[in-house]
Ligand binder design. Structure first.
Ligand code: IPM
Ligand code: MG
Length: 354
């Protein structure tokens, strides 16, 4: 069997400090994966004269999946290609408490849900500009009781929810609720009381799809009310589905509930491609200190293994991370520990038997 290629972006600032040991662990698991490193950003310009050369896109296309290290801007074009180029419409952000993680809650033990964030539309279409550019449309803003141009100079941003975009991500959420076989529940949230048309459509499509899944409970909450519930009763949640921007915001909040962004993995799934990335940033303040928490990257790698059909290895990697937390001897400073990234990864390696 020829080995499968995985495209890897090591990421910016402190990100390579978690990506490199993660790759070493994957290599030592002997999974027949070959890691390739498409060029992007400064390095790509230096070597090819282009910021994101076609060759890098071809490498992503040819790979079985991509593991993406956080970017502070240098590899943004690759990220945009992985989202819109590869149509990865469902951004899955699991939120499961591990004993000993630095949760601010008194009783985080039963938290185990996943936010499914629509990944391609809503306010993320990039449709922004001067309000003046829309003057020919003669738009009237009913709540402001004013024509748009009379509001004065400023900028607009367009939010769009399409039928197809909402349907595929909501369907994905129901399928995931079945697969997780946990509370068997989908919670849909958007601001449908204010944005009757766009967020209302998202909810209506959810209601229609729910009819097809009589084995899965379905509930809807307005997003501000949902946030309060997510904080006060997080263990009531199973699968949450929401438009792009709310998902971006809520998923960082969800990470906060279980111990911070250093613990939050993610996977973005399309019809025929997926990429995996930690939800955190590049932690420039701790770059070079070898203390960045590798958990989010390790768990993202575990999600990737599952996607690749290596379920047993995925489970083993997640268990090794969980066991490291449980022992609590090699936690990084963000978790109240005094250990290094290397110490944490060494413990994970020990539990994996490598
Ligand atoms: C995320 C990030 C990105 C987003 C940024 C880096 C564009 O915050 O993956 O959550 O907003 O989607
Ligand atoms: Mg975000």
């Amino acid at each position: 069997m020829t080995s499968r290629q995985i495209a890897v972006f090591r990421g910016d600032d402190a990100s390579p400090e978690v990506m490199d040991p993660t790759l070493e662990i994957l290599r030592d698991l002997n999974l027949d994966l070959e890691f390739i490193f498409p060029l992007v950003g400064a390095e790509a310009i230096e070597q090819t004269g282009e910021r994101f050369p076609d060759e890098s896109k071809a490498q992503i296309d040819a790979a079985a999946a991509t593991l993406f290290g956080s970017t502070s801007g240098n590899s943004t074009q690759a990220l945009f290609y992985l989202r819109w180029g590869k149509q990865t419409f469902a951004n899955v952000r699991p939120c499961k408490y591990m004993p000993n993680a630095a949760s601010p809650l008194k009783h985080p033990e039963a938290i185990d849900f996943a936010i499914i964030r629509e990944n391609l539309e809503d306010l993320y279409l990039g449709l922004e500009g001067p309000i003046d550019d829309l003057s020919a449309l003669n738009l009237f803003a009913p709540h402001a009781r004013s024509s748009l141009k009379d509001l004065g100079p400023g900028r607009y941003a367009i939010k769009a929810i399409t039928e197809a975009g909402a349907e595929r991500v909501i369907r994905f959420a129901f399928e995931l609720a079945r697969k997780r076989a946990g509370k068997r529940k989908v919670t849909l949230t958007s601001k449908y009381n204010m944005l009757h048309q766009s967020d209302g459509l998202f909810r209506d499509i959810g209601r229609a799809i729910a009819e097809e899944y009589s084995d899965i409970e379905f509930e809807t909450f307005i997003v501000d009310d949902f946030l309060c519930r997510m904080i006060t009763q997080p263990d009531a949640l199973d699968v949450v589905v929401t438009p792009n921007l709310y998902g971006d915001i809520l998923s960082d909040g969800a990470a906060g509930l279980i111990g911070g962004l250093g613990l939050a993995p993610s996977g973005c799934f399309g019809a025929d491609y997926a990429y995996f990335e930690s939800a955190h940033g590049t932690a420039p303040d701790i770059q070079g200190l070898n203390v960045i928490n590798p958990t989010a990257t390790l768990l993202s790698a575990s999600m990737m293994l599952e996607y690749l059909g290596l379920e047993e290895n995925a489970r083993a990697l997640t268990s090794a991370v969980t066991a490291t937390f449980k022992e609590g001897r090699t936690l990084t400073p963000d978790q109240g520990g005094t250990s290094t990234t290397t110490d944490f990864c060494d413990s994970v390696r020990f539990h994996l038997g490598i």
